[in-house]
Design a protein around this ligand. Structure first.
Ligand code: NAD
Length: 344
């Protein structure tokens, strides 16, 4: 195994990227991390700023579609590995405006792969350099009441977001099979935890509750997602990055299936307990009273559930965070952030 690595992490100003860089800086202090991010609306500038303190870390603002910039980064910094997270990631936005999803998720991934191939294989013939692609379980489509997504499940993406991620997965696959690029892909279920953008389900529920606004839940609230605490995802990425077989894909999921309505009621219960002050003096006795059903999202997949046996058996990964404790940590983090951002 290489001791010295200069890893280009793309999308490191987003939810998972911020958590992953923090995790890598703590667990692999001898690596150098270059964070390339376009700083779209999804970037968290406050959290990004906190990473600056590390001497083995550097931030570059830029687009993964900018081939000239990528070429320069690979040459100037001697990039030895890529962990690719940069993406447009919100399903609702992909329904409204799919173009940028194709541009970033498909064309951006292609550009990154092609520059990596040129610098590592064509110029240096170094097959050890790793390209780790971060993807989603949404590429598999929707499940009925039973069954799980395995690495052999046929791709059946239903939203422009999942279709763009599926296309990027196939491009990664092709760069392994055609050129021998040392790729690995991880397909993960829904992440939750600190630093997630406020537009996603769990932060939305918390944000609306503390503002005493209606908590919108799509359709009948019975859509099921398999939730994973973001640090468990980071541990899975760490293992697959270092030990995953070249060309292989690994599913990562927490065996934590919950309906959206269960998530909302659990979060409201935690908020009732640890943050009752926001409803003090109002007619609301529980934040649960704010939950309200809204028209369903078009093409809304009913159920996702991951079979993570491959990464468990082959790489020794296991989800460590309990669901209730993970949600509690998440709520505590958002309440703390909410208090910090209030004018004094
Ligand atoms: P996010 O939306 O929070 O962050 C994405 C980051 O990518 C942002 O900082 C954004 O500025 C950056 N970015 C967007 N376009 C870019 C471009 N053209 N060039 C450079 N940077 C660009 O997303 P996230 O939730 O952290 O997800 C990260 C990755 O993990 C994505 O690839 C996503 O598909 C995948 N994933 C996410 C989840 C989840 O539950 N959040 C689950 C499975 C897989």
């Amino acid at each position: 195994m290489r001791n010295h690595r200069t890893i280009l992490v793309t999308g490191g100003a987003g939810f998972i990227g911020l958590n992953l860089i923090q995790y890598f800086l703590g667990n692999h202090p001898h690596y150098h991390i270059i964070n390339l991010d376009k700083l779209t609306y999804a970037a968290n500038m406050t959290e990004l700023e906190k990473l600056k303190a590390h001497s083995n870390y550097q931030f570059i603002k830029g687009d993964i579609n900018d081939r000239a910039l990528l070429e320069q980064l690979f040459s100037d910094h001697g990039i030895t590995d890529v962990i690719h997270l940069a993406a447009e990631s919100h399903v609702d936005r992909s329904i409204e405006a799919p173009d940028v999803f194709i541009q970033t998720n498909v064309h951006g991934t292609f550009t990154l792969l092609d520059v990596a191939k040129k610098h590592w294989l064509d110029m240096r013939n170094d097959q050890k350099c790793r390209f780790h692609h971060i993807s989603t379980d949404e590429v598999y489509g929707s499940l009925g009441q039973d069954g799980f997504f395995t690495e052999h499940t046929a791709y059946a993406p239903n939203s422009p977001y999942s279709a763009s991620k599926a296309a990027s997965d196939f491009l990664v696959r092709s760069y392994f099979h055609t050129y021998g690029l040392n790729t690995v892909t991880t397909n993960c279920s829904n992440n939750y935890g600190p630093r997630q953008h406020s537009e996603k389900l769990i932060p939305t529920i918390i944000r609306k509750a503390v503002k005493l606004e209606r908590i919108p839940i799509y359709g009948d609230g019975k859509n099921i997602r398999d939730w994973l605490f973001v640090l468990d995802h980071c541990r899975g990425i760490d293992l697959a990055f270092h030990k995953g077989k070249a060309g292989e894909t690994y599913n990562i999921g927490g065996k934590n299936e919950h309906t959206n309505i269960e998530i909302a009621t659990t979060l409201c219960g935690i908020l009732d307990e640890i943050a009752p002050e926001y409803k003090k003096g109002t007619r609301i006795s529980s934040y649960k009273e704010l939950i309200s059903f809204v028209s369903d999202r078009p093409g809304h997949d009913r159920r996702y559930a991951i079979d993570a046996s491959r990464i468990e058996h082959e790489l020794g990964w296991k989800a460590e965070e309990g669901f209730e404790s993970g949600l509690r940590k998440t709520v505590e983090w958002y309440i703390h952030e909410n208090q910090q951002s209030k004018p004094t």
